[in-house]
Structure formats: C-alpha cells, structure tokens
Design a protein around this ligand. Structure first.
Ligand code: GLU
Length: 510
C-alpha cells in the first residue's frame, strides 16, 4: 500500500525565519499538496539556551503571510498533539533509555570542565577532540563503569548525558531523493548527545527522530546543512527498529549570496540593502530591526514565486506561477543539487510582474493612505484610475506617489530642462491649438482625445515628439510620466484645459 504523504516543517525558534527556512517550508507544503498529503508544523524548542521570545509567533505569522497553510500544528491541533517539543518532554526519556538498554547508547558523566580540558589538550597537540569510539571506553561512561557505580552516580545527582554509541568502521548507505546514494564510514562520526540530565531534555537528534516516527512522517525535506546528520538519523532508526517505516530524505540546496560565493546571510542583506527575512524583525534583546519582504512592499505571491524558483526548476521557460500552479507542477526530482543564487534584482522583477497584473481597485486602496500622507484627499475612485495608468511603471506601491503626484497636484512650476528643450519655436502655438481641439471634444475619453490630437498632428505633418513633449510639460510640469492622454482622461476636460491655459500664460510670459 502506498504510504500517506506526511511532511513537516520543524523550525527551532531561535530567531527570525531566514528566507531559506521559508523556502524549506514552501517545498514541504507544495510536496504535501501535490501528493494529497498533510503539512505539519512542529516547533523544535528543546534547546532552551537558544530560545528567542517572539520567534515562534514570527514563524507562524510568516507562513500565514506567505499563504502556506498548516494542516496540523500548534494552532490547528491534530492527532499527534502537542506539536511543540517542549510540551512533549515526558516522551523522550523513555526512548533514550530504550537505546541504553539495547546497547545502542550509554551514560556519560563527564563534567563540562573535564570536556574542556580534553579539548584544550587535543588542541595543544594540534588536533581536535572527538567524543568517539577511541575515547569512550576510557572516559566516565557506563560502557566500563560498574552497574552499581552508574546507579550510584545517577542517584546522587551527578550530571549525566546519554550518548549514541556509534558503530565502529561500518559503511552506512543512505539515499537522498535529490542527491542519490550517499555513503559514509561511521568511524568518522562522533557519539552525539541524545539526552541531558541538566535540563531533562532531549537534543535535536533524538527529539527529531522520535517525533518524525510518532507523527508518521513519510518524507523529510530540509536544508542541506542537515545532511551531515543523516547517518546518525539512519542509525537511530535502525537502533529503534524503525528502519522499515523511516521517512525518505531530501536535502535542499543552499541559497547563495548574489555573487554566487557562499551562503546567503543576514549580513549580505544589510550590506546590499535587501531583506533576508519574510517579515520585519525587531530583536527582543538589542532592539535592532531587520528588514522584511512584507514591510518592504513585496506581494506575498511574488515573494513565494521567487523563492519557489530558487532551487526548483519547472523544466519550461515559465517563470510566473500562482500557488496553485506551483502545487500542480512541483516535484522533488526537479530540485537541483547545487546552490541557488539569490538575486535581489530578480526579486524586484517578480514584484513588478505581480504589480502589473494586480487588480486596480486593490492597488487604489493601498495607494489611498499614501495620498493622505501627502495631504491629498482623493477618493478610491480616483486612486483606482490612477493606479490603472501607473502600475506598469511601478515595482512597489511606494513608487506610486513619485509616478503620479502631478496628476493630483496641478503644476505651479515647470521643469527648466524641459522648458529649454521643448517650449520654443512653434511648439507654444501648437499647444494652444491642441487646447482648442480638446475644448471641442465632447466625450473626453482617452480614445477621443488621442484620436483628435494625433489626427491633427499627422494630417498636417507636424513634429509629433516636439508637440507632445510641450503639451506634456503644460499638463504635468515635467518631461516624463504615464501616457498623456491617459492622464487627461483621469483629470478630465475642465482640469486639462485649465492646466494648459495656465502653462501658456506662465511659460509665454517668462
Ligand atoms: N529544528 C531543525 C531546524 O531548525 C529541523 C531540522 C530538520 O528538519 O530535521 O532546522
């Protein structure tokens, strides 16, 4: 029987979610939806030292903003609740003890001071200390201490940890859905801590494996940085006797800096002025603020579209994908092995594409508060009409004001370089004639004004560029902007004529 697809996004709330983390969540979500499966959000918060207040809420809000819907999680509940590991504390000790019992793990009583001394010693000799098969028999572990002594140490409250007993010199063959077969010799690996008496908590490795098993996860899709942990995870499944039901694994390629060299970091964002976080983040400790895509004016659809293509290739030239299209097309075998280079220009390009196709009224609504900030009392009707004629020139809503202020505020001054270039020769007289032509247009639509003015220019063999630029100067005071007949249509006949009259008066009497 085909196994039901169940995937999880399992972030640790140690700070704001990096866009690489959002991509991991997205690929899990797409995979789940594509395969009729479940998408689970599990919060891995067993590392109390790295816990950051607000990070969990940030993760949840980010997923919501992106339109990534969780099926089972802290807010949704589900058959395997709770979904926050700190609330599952009692579960893990039993499993750690099971491994000690079966000889796959052992107690270690070394104090932090003893371990530090061992590290210092190894460094002095030019090496690094590894807690592994070469040393475990010589240190304070249950592998050679007597059963009584182990019991006594535990009872008197000595600190202990449970470590995985890594097999010696064994080849582990692993399969990764993106990378294929990976083989590693266990003698290169150390004995990872699985459980700590100091806080009665499991480490990531134990909690992660136990929960993936209990939550019936079918596929683990996560960042490449977890690939080195894969042999341990394979061996843990084997030690528990769960190999037959262990999930399949897919390790996603890194997100690289815009230069293509190295992993994309928060510092790159600060340096080059682009966000590496989905939402703005204010550090609860330092008060420092980091930029977010949402606050920087990106549409969530554009952000998601951009992220989806950083590592996944649809196999066609298509670049614009709605969430539904991503779901319909996504597959892990089109995810690449090599790092995906992040491009801030491409991110802006995606936003511009979504801007150009956005509903005019929705844009009008987003524009209204900006107009109010500039002291313009426009209604939604006007804001929508303006949005319609400028959106193809904009990347962000914040571009709207600069692209259109001259529609809302009639010019009182005129741009000097445009005056010098176009308010000369026959142009002023031609603009005066255009005014008369426009005065005769009944239904003042763009089509009608355009036909009238351009018809007159072409029929008389007049210089189109000269006249249109002078005409533009008269109506908006500057040399650039959206289609002039569009503008006339938006401000209406009366205002258009008034502006030309004023320009003729001011510019001809300089
Ligand atoms: N808690 C881990 C993280 O923060 C999860 C890794 C995994 O998906 O196994 O990324």
């Amino acid at each position: 029987m085909e196994r039901k697809v169940r995937v999880r996004f399992a972030p640790s709330p140690t700070g704001p979610l990096h866009i690489g983390g959002v991509r991991t969540a997205l690929y899990n979500y797409l995979f789940a939806r594509r395969n009729g499966g479940d998408f689970i959000l599990r919060i891995e918060d067993t590392d109390s030292q790295r816990f950051v207040p607000g990070a969990e809420e940030y993760i949840i809000e980010s997923l919501k903003w992106c339109g990534i819907q969780v099926d089972e999680g802290i807010e949704q509940g589900g058959p395997h609740a709770p979904y926050r590991q700190s609330e599952r504390k009692e579960i893990y000790l039993k499993y750690a003890l099971q491994l000690v019992e079966s000889g796959n793990a052992y107690y270690a009583f070394d104090t932090p001071e003893e371990l530090n001394a061992l590290r210092a010693e190894a460094e002095k000799n030019g090496g690094t200390f590894a807690y592994n098969y070469q040393v475990r028999e010589k240190l304070a572990t249950s592998l050679h201490l007597s059963a009584e002594e182990v019991k006594e140490r535990i009872e008197r409250g000595d600190h202990w940890v449970i470590r995985f007993k890594m097999p010696v010199n064994e080849e582990v063959h692993m399969n990764d859905l993106i990378r294929g077969q990976v083989t590693i010799n266990t003698s290169t690996l150390d004995d990872k801590v699985l459980y700590k008496s100091a806080d009665n908590l499991p480490t990531y490795h134990l909690a992660n494996i136990v929960d993936d098993h209990l939550m019936e996860i079918s596929h683990v899709i996560r960042g490449e940085e977890w690939l080195p942990s894969l042999p341990l995870h394979y061996l843990l499944y084997r030690a528990f006797g769960w190999s037959d039901s262990q999930p399949e694994f897919a390790h996603l390629p890194l997100l690289l800096k815009p230069t293509g060299q190295g992993k994309l970091s928060k510092r790159d964002g600060d340096k080059m002025g682009f966000p590496v976080f989905p939402l703005q983040w204010v550090s609860p400790t330092t008060g420092e603020t980091a930029h977010g895509y949402r606050e920087d004016g990106y549409f969530p659809e554009a952000f998601i579209n951009m992220l989806a293509l950083l590592g996944w290739n649809p196999g066609t030239e298509q670049e614009i994908f709605s969430m539904e299209e991503l779901i319909a097309n996504f597959s892990l075998d089109k995810v690449g092995k090599s790092g995906a280079r992040f491009s801030p220009d491409k991110a802006r390009w995606f936003n511009a594409q979504y801007m150009h196709h956005r509903d005019n009224e929705e844009l009008g609504r987003l524009f209204l508060p900006i107009l109010h900030e500039h002291g313009v009392k426009a209604c939604i009707f006007l804001a929508t009409k303006v949005a319609a004629i400028i959106k193809t020139r904009a990347t962000f809503i914040s571009d709207f004001w600069d692209l259109s202020y001259f529609i809302f505020i009639a010019p009182t001054e005129y741009e000097q370089k445009t005056i010098d270039k176009y308010w000369k020769g026959d142009n002023p007289a031609h603009v005066a004639h255009v005014r008369e032509l426009l005065a005769g247009v009944g239904d003042f639509t763009k089509e009608n004004t355009e036909k009238t003015v351009l018809g007159w220019i072409t029929e008389n063999g007049l210089p189109m560029g000269q006249i249109m630029n002078a005409f533009r100067l008269a109506v908006i005071g500057v040399g650039k902007g959206p289609d002039l007949f569009d503008i006339c249509g938006v401000i209406g006949k009366e205002e258009t004529l008034r502006r030309i009259d004023r320009a003729l008066e001011v510019l001809n009497n300089r």
